[in-house]
Design a protein around this ligand. Structure first.
Ligand SMILES: [Zn+2]
Length: 278
C-alpha cells in the first residue's frame, strides 16, 4: 500500500494544481523523524528544480512522476505510508517536502507526507529515467497488452499470485489488488503462471483492467489503519468493494457456498475462494 489505484488517485489529485506551473521553491520542513531517501542530496535536487516548469504529472507503476522543462524527471515512490497532498495533512510532523508553485491563480503548494518515512524522492536526468524506469513504464499493469500478459505468464513457474507482485513482470499491482484480481478472474493463486491457459490469461488481463479501473473510480482503498488518503486528505471508497482481501471466514460473494480463506505465499497473505478459484 499504496498500489496503482491509490497512486493514480494522487496523480489525478495534484495534476490540475501542478501541471504547467513554475517551481519557485522546494522546502524541507523541520522533521525529527527518520529522514526519507532523497537523491541527489536535497540541496542539489532543489537547485535543479527551482525555476523549472512542470510540463507533465504522470504515474509510472507505483510512482508519481513530475516532468520538468529542463528534461529532468522527479519520481516520488510512496512505498508504505507516503501521500501527495494539496492541503490539510493528517499530521504536520510527517511532512517531508513541499514544492511551492507559481502560476495562474497565485502561489500554491504540493506536499509529500510520509508517516513511516520509507518513501523515496529521486530526480533523474531524462536519459537516466529512460534506462532506470523505462522497464516499469513498459510493464505497467494498465497498459500491458494481451500479448504482454501472455509473455509475463509464460516467463515464470512461480504461483500466479507471487508473479503478479514481481514489478519486473507486471508493475503497479501489490498484495491487496493481486488477491482481488485473481478472484474476479476465477484463477487459483497457487497455479504456476506458466500453466495458465490462453483463456485464463485473457481473463486475468480483463480482471486486472476491471479491478484497477474500478478502484481508481473509487479513489483507492483506505484500510483499517486509515493511512491512505487522496490529495485532499479524504478516504478512498474501494475498501467497501473488496471481495476477498482480509475477508477470511466470510462467505464468497460470488458463489455464496465457498468460504474465503487466507494462505501465505512468499511471506505475504493471499485471500481466495477455494470453491470458485480451483
Ligand atoms: Zn466463491
Amino acid at each position: 500500500m499504496p498500489e496503482l489505484p491509490e497512486v493514480e488517485t494522487m496523480v489525478r489529485g495534484i495534476r490540475p494544481h501542478a501541471d504547467g506551473r513554475e517551481i519557485v521553491d522546494v522546502v524541507r520542513p523541520r522533521c525529527t523523524r527518520r529522514p526519507i531517501a532523497i537523491a541527489p542530496a536535497f540541496r542539489t535536487l532543489r537547485a535543479r528544480m527551482v525555476g523549472r516548469t512542470i510540463t507533465a504529472v504522470e504515474r509510472v507503476a507505483k510512482r508519481i512522476v513530475l516532468k520538468l522543462s529542463s528534461g529532468d524527471v522527479l519520481a516520488i515512490e510512496p512505498r508504505m505510508t507516503g501521500l501527495m497532498l494539496l492541503s490539510d495533512p493528517p499530521s504536520t510532523e510527517h511532512l517531508r517536502l513541499e514544492w511551492r508553485l507559481a502560476g495562474a491563480g497565485g502561489e500554491r503548494s504540493i506536499w509529500f507526507w510520509d508517516r513511516r518515512g520509507l518513501g523515496t524522492v529521486r530526480l533523474y536526468r531524462d536519459d537516466e529515467f529512460a534506462t532506470q524506469l523505462g522497464g516499469l513504464v513498459e510493464a505497467d499493469a494498465l497498459t500491458l497488452t494481451g500479448d504482454g500478459w501472455q509473455r509475463v505468464c509464460a516467463a515464470t513457474r512461480r504461483p500466479i499470485k507471487v508473479a503478479l507482485l514481481d514489478q519486473k513482470l507486471v508493475a503497479g499491482i501489490g498484495n491487496l489488488y493481486a488477491s482481488e484480481i485473481l478472484h474476479v478472474a476465477k484463477i487459483s493463486p497457487m497455479l504456476p503462471a506458466a500453466e495458465l491457459s490462453a483463456a485464463q490469461v485473457r481473463r486475468l488481463h480483463a480482471a486486472t483492467m476491471a479491478v484497477l479501473e474500478t478502484a481508481i473510480h473509487y479513489e483507492g482503498s483506505t484500510l483499517g489503519d486509515g493511512t491512505y488518503r487522496n490529495a485532499l486528505n479524504k478516504e478512498g471508497g474501494y475498501q467497501n468493494e473488496h471481495r476477498v482481501y482480509a475477508k477470511s471466514g466470510n462467505a464468497c460473494a460470488r458463489c455464496r457456498r465457498g468460504v474465503i480463506v487466507r494462505i501465505v505465499q512468499a511471506q505475504r497473505s493471499t485471500f481466495y475462494c477455494p470453491r470458485c478459484q480451483k
